[in-house]
Design a binder for this molecule. Structure first.
Ligand code: NDP
Length: 449
């Protein structure tokens, strides 16, 4: 243990920071944490958790329609009260924030509910002017939604504000074609808003497999979501009646009541005093770290979105855990970034692990691709014209499964289990050797022809 006030001072109480603080404390370290906003970070407060609850809420729109075909007498038009859902979701966020704080308290972590900056290689300064020394400083300040620099950008909102709207807008334009754009497009469309996705390029979800993202595009269009591609936003205008008008290159102006920016997230590295100490930061604002999450200043580490390695909660948690085990638990280990499963909670959701077909071909030359394009039995009875698509990509020589891509109901739930097999390097034959669990959608994974 060092002569400092604390062995570890964590700046930022999100997924990565809280995990690092808790594990380091469990290893016997004297730990402090500063959080200027709310404990829990993006995931709990204004990201994954409230988003997923809204996705559940939104899906009732389809379930209630389908219920009739299953014999339930449901009125033709069911009323939806946004404020009821919003307030229940926000209350659950409060509950979770309390649990996170309890975890820190029960592990003896000293919490400071204020902004902290780095005053020296081993010194942190709090907003109230007090200073604390620490053997190690961990930066876990996350990222924030990017906002365009075009004129009128101040009239738009980001995902942070989307959870607090007073009502469901009649018309919403969403700039961006990635995770947040497609997830919120699905949510607001199910709630009855007219949604237009405005994308600077020609593709949505560029890093996902072509087949599944094209399937999402086709289904989204069928559900009534509009898309404007190759449509960079030039400026946003606000009329006297509050209507927003997006002026787009090469397209007619677009009117909306709300414009949501979902154009990526920028690391929160500014204003922390890092550059002055020699902590290197890249052009995107990410703190440069090595495999131990150590920055270019040996006593300063960083985990999670502020490092811009993979902007996913479970990755930040792994990084925080590995950091704490390595520095305080006598158990040096690194995060394995290979085969990270991911999902888009669109309507229907997408889930994937491993290489896309395009990347697999690039890397392996020839690959074997198996697809299953089917209508889930629930959709058949519901008369819902919506097909699922599963795709397996295998190394042609060994038969090893190197990519699995799915779009359809519960795809993320199914893929998490299948990802274990892909991560373990199993072959298509080993999938086939497993007897199908019938009748399920997941059985398609062992029945590819
Ligand atoms: P994404 O990186 O998913 O998508 C960004 C989109 O915005 C892309 O379509 C991109 O286009 C476009 N874009 C980027 N820069 C600009 C710009 N300057 N002007 C206009 N368009 C631009 O970002 P999101 O904001 O949707 O999400 C941020 C991150 O949060 C994700 O990358 C993900 O890591 C995480 N996240 C994960 C979720 C999950 O796991 N389910 C859910 C939500 C967020 P182009 O393709 O041309 O680059």
């Amino acid at each position: 243990m060092s002569d400092h006030d604390f062995d570890l001072f964590v700046i930022g109480g999100g997924s990565g920071g809280v995990r690092a603080a808790r594990i380091a404390a469990a290893h016997g370290a004297r730990v402090a944490m500063a959080e200027e906003f709310r404990v829990g970070g993006t995931c709990v407060i204004r990201g994954c958790v409230p988003k997923k609850l809204l996705v559940y809420g939104a899906h009732f729109a389809e379930d209630l329609k389908d219920a009739k075909r299953f014999g339930w007498q449901v009125p033709d038009s069911c009323a939806f009260d946004w404020k009821v859902l919003r307030d229940h979701v926000l209350a659950d966020v409060d509950r979770l924030e309390g649990l996170y704080q309890n975890t820190l308290d029960s592990h003896g972590v000293t919490s400071f509910h204020q902004r902290a900056t780095v005053a020296g290689a081993n010194e942190v300064e709090l907003a109230d002017g007090t200073r604390h020394s620490a053997g190690i400083i961990l930066i876990a300040t996350g990222a924030r939604p990017a906002v365009p620099t075009c004129p009128g950008a101040e009239f738009g909102i980001t995902s942070n504000e989307a959870f607090h709207l007073d009502s469901v807008p009649k018309r919403i334009a969403i700039a961006g074609g990635g995770y947040i754009a497609n997830e919120f497009a699905g949510i607001f469309n199910e709630f009855g808003a007219h949604v237009t996705i405005v994308n600077r390029g020609a593709d949505i979800l560029r890093h996902y497999d072509d087949s599944v993202r094209d399937r999402l595009l086709q289904i989204s269009i069928k559900k009534g979501i509009d898309f404007r591609f190759n449509a960079p936003l030039e400026r946003l205008e606000k009329r006297d009646d509050g209507t927003l008008v997006g002026h787009l290159t090469g397209h007619e102006p677009l009117e909306a009541d709300v414009v949501l920016f979902a154009i990526g997230r920028r690391p929160n590295s500014e204003g922390l005093g890092l550059e002055a100490l020699g902590v290197e930061i890249d052009a995107e604002g990410a703190i440069k770290v090595d495999a131990d999450s150590r920055s270019t200043v040996p006593s300063i580490f960083a985990v999670g979105d502020v490092t811009n390695r993979v902007q996913l909660t479970p990755v930040a948690i792994r990084e925080g855990h590995a950091f704490a085990d390595t520095q305080f638990g006598g158990n040096p280990r690194h995060v394995d970034y290979d085969c990270i499963p991911s999902a888009v909670f669109s309507h229907p959701p997408i889930a994937a692990v491993g290489l896309t077909e395009a990347l697999a071909k690039e890397r392996y030359g020839t690959v074997k691709v198996y697809t299953s394009d089917f209508k889930p039995m629930k959709n058949v009875l519901a008369n819902r014209d919506e097909r699922s698509l599963y795709k397996m990509i295998c190394d042609d020589t060994t038969g090893k499964v190197i990519g699995l891509h799915m779009i359809g109901p519960d795809a993320p739930e199914i893929l998490q289990a299948a990802a274990v097999a892909v991560k373990a390097g199993l072959t298509k034959q080993q999938f086939d050797d497993t007897i199908a669990l019938h009748p399920t959608m997941a059985e398609e994974l062992v029945l590819f022809k």
